[in-house]
Design a protein around this ligand. Structure first.
Ligand code: NDP
Ligand code: 2IT
Length: 453
């Protein structure tokens, strides 16, 4: 049998579309990977014969369940909960939980698929999974959040475990929610195990996990700029989002001598041409995670800044950009604007923030462009280190963990560069191709070793 006997990219994608009707985000994520993997597999008949890509693009299982909870008015509310266990070829399923009204099966399948490649790139033994609910945490009391988390875990607990599937946070799920879910898991199972990561430091959490995704995305940026003997120092940065990833990315840009001039939330963006100090970033963290109030109030608090309701920050000129809010927050036109205004590098803190048109704009422009599955892997990497600490019943020091995060991000950068170098039309490094191929090879070879399962 030869490669020519197997389906080509468009036949493959037609099958994905037929089997996953209407799941636009999932289909988009698979296409972005398949475009690169088909090139790579051209002369590798064993991957075709074993249908490896098709198997990775078919989740091991999709679990969906009802979550009932009682609100503060005594009304009964019904939500849908999910866990998508995409692939456990190289380790237990691992990936975050998202609580947001937009959550649906397509979004969680795309995230679990991407997570499989991302976790492979970290070099740690973790498979890919993702979960969450269409529950909207905004405007809910602490007690409502607690009751929802307890109800969610009351079903989820039978599908997870320290060696089976280890969830963590994502949009709408932070330290508070992880605490409530861990408490309920421990109560039902009567086990104190590392079933979740992102835990509080008092009950098995790891130092540096909170900062890891944002810091890691900036380390990736620093590594890319380093290939041009350049760095973040003196660079003007446009960042979207104002949650965990965005605020820690802003903090690290500042620490490395850069100037952060935007942050955003779902209602609009802040433009602060003077740049954000640590005090301003701390205010944003407090505003979004303690006061749980709108970002727009920044403009009243800090003079010289302005609020742009309903807009995204991509029209503001910058040297570097870090999209850190959500999927498809930048399209092809917005990507073109960034490039036209002189942006030389983009490192994704969010998952799939740039749509396929935008990805092609960056590739064609030949700028430094890191896909989230590589550049935002710092979070799950430190989650992997949290799992190791929990298994060994030990805690590593802040310095140790900061060094490990930096080393892992450098390792991911170098691996992507090895597979991606010279692949852009201007001879530059195609980090998207590099990440897709490097993430794929390890998972694919493990699957080959298992035979047909
Ligand atoms: P948070 O919940 O802490 O913050 C999310 C931020 O994104 C908020 O500013 C929110 O605005 C904004 N946002 C969410 N949805 C939308 C939307 N539909 N349109 C515009 N803005 C939106 O989440 P994280 O910071 O943890 O996650 C951000 C991104 O990073 C996600 O793509 C996530 O998957 C990814 N990621 C997270 C990791 C982690 O460790 N936390 C690890 C790797 C990737 P508002 O407050 O108005 O809702
Ligand atoms: O998208 C991601 O990598 C995360 N939300 C973090 C997953 C994790 O298990 O730490």
């Amino acid at each position: 049998m030869s490669v020519a006997d197997h389906v080509d990219l468009e036949q493959f994608m037609a099958g994905v579309e037929r089997r996953n009707p209407g799941e636009t985000e999932f289909i988009q994520a698979v296409r972005e990977v398949a475009e690169d993997i088909y090139d790579f597999m051209e002369d590798k008949v064993h991957y075709h014969e074993a249908q490896i890509l098709r198997r990775i693009a078919e989740p091991d299982r999709v679990i969906s369940f009802r979550v009932c909870w009682e609100d503060d008015n005594g009304s009964i509310r019904v939500q849908r909960g999910y866990r998508v266990q995409n692939n456990n070829a190289i380790g237990p399923y691992k990936g975050g939980l998202r609580f947001h009204p937009s959550v649906n099966q397509s979004i969680l399948k795309f995230l679990a698929f991407e997570q499989t490649f991302k976790n492979s790139l970290t070099g740690l033994p973790m498979g890919g999974g993702k979960g969450g609910s269409d529950f909207n945490p905004k405007g809910k009391s602490n007690n409502e959040i607690m009751r929802f988390c307890q109800s969610f875990m009351t079903e989820l607990y039978r599908h997870v475990g320290e060696d089976t599937d280890v969830p963590a946070g994502d949009i709408g799920v932070g330290a508070r929610e992880i605490g409530y879910m861990f408490g309920q898991y421990k109560r039902i199972s009567n086990k104190f195990t590392g079933v979740l990561t992102g835990k509080g430091l008092e009950f098995g959490g790891s130092l540096v996990r909170t900062e890891a995704t944002g810091y890691g995305a900036v380390y990736f940026m620093q590594n890319m700029l380093g290939t041009k003997s350049d760095s973040c120092e003196g660079k003007t940065a446009v960042i979207s989002g104002s949650g965990n990833v965005a605020t820690h990315a802003a903090e690290k840009v500042l620490q490395l001598g850069g100037k952060v001039i935007t942050l955003s939330d779902s209602q609009g963006f802040i433009h602060d041409p003077d740049g954000m100090s640590q005090e301003k970033i701390d205010w944003v963290k407090h505003q979004k995670t303690v006061a749980r109030a709108p970002l727009s109030e920044y403009a009243d608090k800090f003079s010289g800044s302005s609020w742009h309701a309903g807009e995204k920050p991509w029209g503001i000129a910058c040297d570097i950009a870090l999209p850190c809010a959500t999927q498809n927050e930048m399209d092809g036109e917005q990507a073109k604007t960034l490039v036209k205004n002189g942006c030389i590098a983009v490192s994704e803190g969010a998952n799939m923030p740039v749509n396929l048109d935008g990805v092609h704009v960056f590739k064609d422009a030949g700028i430094l462009y890191a896909p989230g599955k590589a550049s935002n892997a710092g979070g799950v990497a430190v989650s992997g280190l949290e799992m190791s600490q929990n298994s060994g019943r030990i805690s590593w020091s802040e310095d140790q963990l900061q060094d490990q995060l930096k080393d892992i991000m450098k390792g991911i950068h170098d691996t992507c560069a090895e597979y991606g170098k010279g692949h852009l039309s201007n001879g530059g490094c195609d980090y998207v191709k590099g990440a897709n191929i490097a993430g794929f090879v390890k998972v694919a070879d493990a699957m080959l070793a298992f035979g047909v399962v």
